[in-house]
Design a protein around this ligand. Structure first.
Ligand code: 4NP
Length: 179
């Protein structure tokens, strides 16, 4: 079983579709945290960056389980952290995850275990998307959450970048691997 399938199976035994085949248009990945202004925009940015580097055709988006920041740009500290890596996320806008996302995306990846539990409640029965914890995709980090940097400082956002970028690299490698 590939790492993506293993992550889904570990979280939802017998739940989501274990078929690792992807649509011809490539994977469509949704990253989900609480507010969609700190962690998931950085995860989206890192994945877009690493996919482009690898020549992987993929779609990416991010959303929050909460609605407090809908329509807002990412937190200024997240924008600054992305900019340190040469990436502009200032045009991203927060949105709340909706049930239709489980059909629109091939993979819905939660940044922490609370997000994962909330998503599992929201997922329609028979949803086609594979739902997993983001760090389950990173060797040695299975079961770990990406801590929320919202109440922290710039160094916490640096740590967030390190974690979501490791996940982005692992994700791109998994999608690019044959079979
Ligand atoms: P995020 O961080 O889930 O990584 O976007 C948060 C942003 C805002 C809040 C909580 C977490 N908030 O309570 O407003």
């Amino acid at each position: 079983m590939d790492r993506l399938a293993a992550a889904s199976a570990r979280t939802y035994p017998g739940g989501m579709d274990p078929d690792p085949s992807l649509p011809a248009s490539g994977p469509r990945v949704l990253f989900v945290c609480l507010g969609n202004i700190c962690r998931s925009p950085l995860a989206e940015a890192a994945f877009r960056f690493r996919a482009a580097q690898a020549g992987l055709v993929a779609e990416a988006d991010s959303a929050g389980t909460g609605d407090w920041h809908v329509g807002e740009p990412p937190d200024p500290r997240a924008i600054a952290e992305a900019r340190r890596h040469g990436i502009d996320i200032s045009t991203y806008r927060a949105r709340q995850v909706v049930a239709a996302d489980f059909a629109r995306f091939t993979h819905v990846l939660a940044l922490d275990t609370q997000n994962l539990a909330d998503l599992a409640r929201l997922a329609p029965s028979g949803a086609s998307a594979r739902l997993a914890l983001l760090l389950d995709l990173v060797p040695g980090m299975a079961g770990r959450t990406v801590p929320d940097p919202y109440w922290g400082g710039a160094e916490d956002f640096m740590r967030t970048w390190g974690e979501v970028d490791a996940a982005a690299r692992a994700l791109v490698a998994a999608f690019a691997a044959p079979g």
